[in-house]
Design a protein around this ligand. Structure first.
Ligand code: NI
Length: 136
């Protein structure tokens, strides 16, 4: 029996969407208000889901305390109250769109999840806009 265990988390962060190699006009045309040079913030919400077999000894797929600690250490401590463009090395040359952020989060957590388990991340940038990545 494969069961999915999910943990919710959140972080607040600032970002700016733009390309250094495009003019201000082109960045404005493509990214609009998200290209504000003084940055803007979001309250990001995420759901981290791990799918796998139930361990017959513990009854767990993954201990939610372990999952919570992984998210705290590797995601919240890295992103919360940060400027994604300036403070997070992964976005030095990568536009911090929700799409790119969810892939970075997945890559950061994947190495700590057993290989025989699946990992999926849902990231809400606003209550209505969210993205999903599962490694495919
Ligand atoms: Ni934004």
């Amino acid at each position: 029996m494969r069961v999915t265990v999910s943990r919710k988390a959140h972080f607040n962060a600032a970002h700016r969407l733009y390309r250094k190699d495009w003019s201000m006009e082109k960045n404005d045309a493509v990214f609009g208000k998200c290209n504000n040079p003084n940055f803007h913030g979001h309250n990001y919400e995420l759901t981290v889901s791990v799918t796998g077999e139930i361990d017959q000894k513990t009854g767990y797929v993954i201990d939610t305390k372990i999952l919570a600690d992984l998210i705290k250490e590797h995601i919240e401590n890295t992103f919360d109250h940060k400027n994604l463009n300036l403070d997070v090395p992964e976005f030095a040359d990568l536009n911090p769109t929700a799409e790119n952020i969810v892939v970075v989060i997945w890559q950061k957590l994947r190495k700590y999840i057993d290989a025989n388990k699946d990992l999926e991340i849902i990231l809400y940038e606003t209550p209505r806009n969210f993205v999903t990545y599962n490694g495919n």
